[in-house]
Design a protein around this ligand. Structure first.
Ligand code: ATP
Length: 328
């Protein structure tokens, strides 16, 4: 039986922009996000820069609150957990292991910090747990005494992963976990996350521009466009048979092979629209090769409860598309 760990309903996030010399306006970064993630599953969040991926992550990490909508973690509204409890539930692994680790703390102190803050165990038991965790993430024993400046990028990211996992969080949020690393190290970190996911039955949200990374790790994929999820489903199904024309364009784009690469040009006619003034009807219609009058006027799924794809003219793969759909 699957157990839902994370459930988002109608999550919206507005920012006030403008002022001083420019007209004040509302920028809607998230527009009614509906998502669920079950225990042990990895959800990949993909989409162009500015589609709202980081805003979603900030809401989950409690850095910001949604303007509207609900986020339930293990069935309870996220706002009901007090700060430490929330940190225990959801832990991040950020893109840049150079800036995310305190240079004045030893590796042992960094990895053990979440336990110390919560006052868990004795100094000796925490130390033992840190060594165990360091072994789990493949960090050589002697490096536990070292400082971040003495570590390589890959070793630092292992420390960040160990710190995130030591308190056994319900959800791990990995925001571009490999894109700041040398190409040669990226696959080691990916393989580590893959192994940990299986060994520890981790529930993960993986945010990445790099679709190869997402394909390697994710069980499910949510494709975001202008603050909405436009397609969601089984990762293999979406990678092989994308139904939404935007997912199709994303997947067909050739990824440049450098580390930290942003999404390349998608071969779409118009620019990414402004979230201050989103297009009418289907938000993707100005760039969509299939758009017609219906698309310019009618939002494909305005109620938006877990859309499998938000499109009037999806690619048609018949019953082969989205095997998860039949299961609801
Ligand atoms: N604090 C803020 N104030 C105003 N606008 C914001 C703020 N944070 C984000 N935005 C806007 O919200 C939209 C979504 O931004 P977000 O950073 O979530 O996108 P993203 O998909 O994570 O992009 P990237 O991949 O470049 O990080 C963008 O238009 C962005 O300019």
């Amino acid at each position: 039986m699957s157990e839902t760990v994370l459930s988002m309903r109608g999550v919206t996030r507005d920012y006030a922009v403008g002022g001083a010399f420019r007209k004040k306006a509302t920028l809607r970064a998230l527009r009614g996000i509906d998502l669920t993630v079950d225990r042990g599953r990895t959800l990949g969040l993909v989409g162009e820069s500015g589609c709202g991926k980081s805003t979603l992550a900030r809401i989950l990490l409690g850095i910001e609150d949604p303007t509207a909508g609900t986020v339930l973690v293990s069935g309870r509204p996220i706002q009901e957990y007090e700060r430490l409890a929330r940190a225990r539930l959801i832990q991040p692994v950020f893109q840049d292991p150079y800036s995310s680790l305190n240079p004045r703390m030893s590796v042992e102190a960094i990895i053990g910090a979440p336990l110390k803050v919560r006052g868990e165990g004795t100094a000796a038991s925490r130390r033992a747990r840190v060594h165990e965790m360091a072994g789990e993430v493949g960090l050589p024993r002697h490096l536990v005494e070292a400082y971040p400046s003495q570590l390589s990028g890959g070793q630092r990211q292992r420390v960040a992963i160990a710190r995130a996992l030591i308190g056994e969080p319900e959800i791990l949020i990995c925001d571009e976990p490999t894109s700041a690393l040398d190409v040669s190290v990226q696959s080691q970190i990916l393989n580590l996350l893959h192994r940990l996911k299986q060994e520890l039955n981790l529930t993960m949200i993986l945010i990445s521009h790099n679709l190869a990374v997402v394909h390697h790790l994710a069980d499910e994929v949510a494709v975001m466009y202008l603050g909405q999820i436009v397609e969601r489903g089984d990762a293999d199904a979406i990678f092989e048979r994308p139904c939404h024309p935007y997912s199709d364009a994303l997947l067909k784009a050739v990824l440049p092979p450098r580390a930290g690469a942003r999404l390349p040009e998608l071969g779409l006619e118009a620019e990414f629209p402004s979230p201050v003034n989103p297009p009418s009807g289907c938000a993707f219609h100005p760039r969509c090769p299939k758009a017609d009058a219906l698309c310019t006027e009618v939002d494909p799924n305005p109620a938006g409860i877990d859309p499998v794809f938000r499109c009037h003219h999806p690619n048609n793969f018949g019953a082969a598309a989205h095997p998860t759909r039949a299961a609801g």
